[in-house]
Write a protein that binds this ligand. Structure first.
Ligand SMILES: [Zn+2]
Length: 222
């Protein structure tokens, strides 16, 4: 089935619990009209070649912005597309994607105007989420000499979004899951992208990594 061109966004006040269920009926009807076997085929299993680690932001849905369909991307999303070493949810998704689904690519996708990154840049307290955002503050600290020179706040946030993606690509490479895959000769690329909500365009951060050759020695597993 060809992906659809995206409809104009609704007034979110008109979206209710009921309209979502009506929308589902419409989705099933329209899909079956186009391909009566669509769901039967989809139900037979999944072999997505990509794991997507993206932001939970409602404006950055993996399938739509890459023109892909259900079954084509395995998705994990959290606030500010983080790869935190003690996050069992992320680690379980990564392990399943790499060792069971055997995806060929893992892509960390951040986006400009990320609320999580902007919150991390501020000195305000937000509650529980401060513990999550602190990891972004650590990324800031690593690049503080460059970031502090950027006077425009929007520009500084955009740069931190980029650094955060690069750092999380590196965090993925540090995991035993990714390093064991490489050591076993599994074809696996780890990549970093930044999406612009304003233009719809994805910027490749050109940090694609296919082995642990350039990794800091202390992180390398034998
Ligand atoms: Zn975000």
């Amino acid at each position: 089935m060809c992906p659809k061109i995206y409809k104009p966004i609704h007034d979110t006040n008109t979206i209710t619990y009921e309209t979502l269920l009506q929308g589902n009926k419409q989705f099933v009807e329209e899909t079956l009209k186009e391909d009566p076997d669509y769901f039967t085929k989809l139900a037979s299993g999944q072999t997505p070649p990509v794991l997507w680690i993206g932001c939970a932001d409602s404006r950055v849905p993996a399938n739509q912005i890459t023109n892909t369909s259900p079954g084509e991307i395995f998705v994990h999303r959290n606030i500010a597309n983080m790869v935190i070493h003690s996050d069992m949810n992320m680690l379980s998704v990564l392990d399943y994607a790499v060792n069971v689904l055997r995806v060929k690519h893992v892509i960390v996708t951040g986006h400009y105007g990320c609320g999580g990154v902007m919150a991390a840049m501020s000195n305000q307290q937000f509650g529980l989420i401060d513990n999550w955002l602190r990891h972004i503050k650590d990324v800031y600290r690593l690049h503080a000499s460059k970031l502090d020179q950027i006077k425009d706040e929007k520009e500084r946030a955009a740069k931190l979004v980029e650094y955060n993606v690069v750092e999380n690509v590196y965090n993925l490479c540090k995991t035993s899951i990714v390093q064991n895959a490489w050591q076993n000769g599994q074809e696996l690329g780890v990549h970093g992208w930044v999406y612009s909500i304003e233009t719809g365009i994805i910027k490749d951060m050109n940090v694609s990594t296919y082995d642990n050759a350039n990794m800091g020695n202390v992180f390398k597993f034998k």
